[in-house]
Ligand binder design. Structure first.
Ligand code: PHE
Ligand code: FE
Length: 260
C-alpha cells in the first residue's frame, strides 16, 4: 500500500477512518461542485435510469457529501451504509465490507489539476459513480453477493478472474434500455470523457454480457475501454452471477486470458 496516496496511519483494522468532514476546505468543496456540475450535464443522456432516479433523492452537489447522512438514507432504502476509507484497501477488507452491506468510500478529493483524470479512485468517483446505485434494491443485493463471492474467490485463488468481472460490470458496465445503451459502471458515470464515448462512439465493441467471457477478458486501466459488456437489467446480472463459480473458476483457470 506504500505507493497509495491516502493516509493509512489512522485506519482501523478494517481500514475504516473518520471522514472528518469539517477538515475539507472551501476550495475542495468548490472543486467537488465543479466536478458534480460537469458530470450532471452528461448523466441525463448517458447514465442508466436507476442511477438517474437515485441521484434525485440525494440532494447532493453543493459540497462533498457527509457519509453519515448518506448512510442514514441508504440504510432506510436498501440496508447499506457508507464506510470512510483512506483509499484502495486490500481485497479481504474490501470484500468483507461488501459482504456486510458496507460500501467503502475514499475520503480524499483529487487535486484541481486532476479534474479530467485520476488514477486512484477519490471521493468524487466513489460517491458519484457508486453510491447512487446502492439505492437500487437489485443492484445493492448483487453487490452484497459479489462481496461474499469475493471472500470465496480468495479461498479458491480466483480473485483475478472475479476482479475482471467487477471491472466489466460494476466499473465499466453498460445496460440496454428502451432509449438505447446506457452506462451503469461507476468508472463510466464518473468520467468526463468516457461517459459519452462508451454510449455513442463507434469504435469500442459492445458485447452482450457473457459471464465466462467477462471473467476471462483482461483489461487496461489507463485508457478508454475497447470492449464493453451490455446487460439487459440488474436482474439479469443477478441471475447470471448466481451460480456457484467454483467449477467455472476451475475450468477457466486452464484457458488463456483474452485480450481486452
Ligand atoms: N455466485 C458467485 C460464486 O459462487 C458469487 C458472485 C455473486 C460473484 C455475484 C459475483 C457476483 O462464487
Ligand atoms: Fe470504483
Amino acid at each position: 500500500m506504500l505507493s497509495l496516496r491516502g493516509d493509512y496511519s489512522l485506519a482501523a483494522s478494517d481500514y475504516s477512518v473518520e471522514q472528518d468532514w469539517g477538515a475539507y476546505t472551501g476550495e475542495q468543496h468548490a472543486l467537488f461542485r465543479r466536478l458534480f456540475e460537469r458530470q450532471s450535464k452528461l448523466v441525463p443522456r448517458y447514465a442508466c435510469p436507476e442511477w438517474i432516479a437515485a441521484i434525485a433523492g440525494l440532494d447532493a452537489g453543493d459540497s462533498i457529501p457527509r457519509f453519515d447522512s448518506l448512510s442514514i438514507k441508504l440504510r432506510a432504502k436498501t440496508g447499506w451504509e457508507i464506510v470512510a476509507v483512506p483509499g484502495l484497501i486490500p481485497d479481504e477488507a474490501f470484500f468483507t465490507h461488501l459482504a456486510n452491506r458496507r460500501f467503502p468510500v475514499t475520503v480524499w478529493l483529487r487535486k484541481p489539476e486532476e479534474f479530467e483524470y485520476i488514477v486512484e479512485p477519490d471521493v468524487f468517483h466513489d460517491f458519484f459513480g457508486h453510491v447512487p446505485l446502492l439505492f437500487d434494491r437489485v443492484y445493492a443485493d448483487h453487490l452484497y453477493e459479489y462481496g461474499k463471492g469475493g471472500l470465496k474467490a480468495m479461498r479458491l485463488a480466483a480473485v483475478k478472474m472475479l476482479a475482471r468481472l467487477y471491472w466489466y460490470t460494476i466499473e465499466f458496465g453498460l445496460m440496454k434500455t428502451p432509449a438505447g445503451v446506457r452506462a451503469y459502471g461507476a468508472g463510466l458515470i464518473s468520467s468526463g470523457g468516457e461517459l459519452a464515448y462508451c454510449v455513442v462512439d463507434p469504435a469500442p465493441k459492445r458485447l452482450p454480457f457473457n459471464l465466462e467471457q467477462a471473467l476471462l477478458t483482461g483489461y487496461l486501466i489507463d485508457r478508454y475501454q475497447s470492449t464493453y459488456f451490455v446487460i439487459d437489467s440488474f436482474e439479469q446480472l443477478m441471475r447470471e452471477t448466481a451460480p456457484d463459480f467454483t467449477p467455472i473458476y476451475a475450468r477457466l483457470r486452464e484457458l488463456p486470458v483474452l485480450a481486452p
